[in-house]
Design a protein around this ligand. Sequence first.
Ligand SMILES: [Zn+2]
Ligand SMILES: [Zn+2]
Ligand SMILES: [Zn+2]
Ligand SMILES: [Zn+2]
Length: 118
Amino acid sequence: MNTKKRFTLTMLAGIVTFCLVIGLFCIPSAFASQRCFKCCGSGVWHTDNKIPCSGKGCNYCIKCNGCGGSGQISDSAKRCGYCKGLGQVHSGKKACTGAGCNGCTPCKTCNTKGWVGS
Ligand SMILES: [Zn+2]
Ligand SMILES: [Zn+2]
Ligand SMILES: [Zn+2]
Ligand SMILES: [Zn+2]
């Protein structure tokens, strides 16, 4: 009877330790990131708004330099106020066509990443 009880306690302690370890490794990484402002978490950046994005394997999609293709950026990163997270700043009378816009200049404040901080 006694040994059975001790075994159950050891089991419980083991489960608690296991959960703590999992929590320590998984929770911080889950909370330490947010969706990239530039690609909205997709990891890719479609560069020609005149041509609809065909999704995976699209010729006009490039790896997002804001997040390095992961779609996630650091939780402490702040949206760049100068380009509003786009990584580029539009000037001129024509409407902005998006990522591959000719009237846009790369944002120097965030170095085209769309966010500032670390
Ligand atoms: Zn595309
Ligand atoms: Zn991105
Ligand atoms: Zn533009
Ligand atoms: Zn910027």
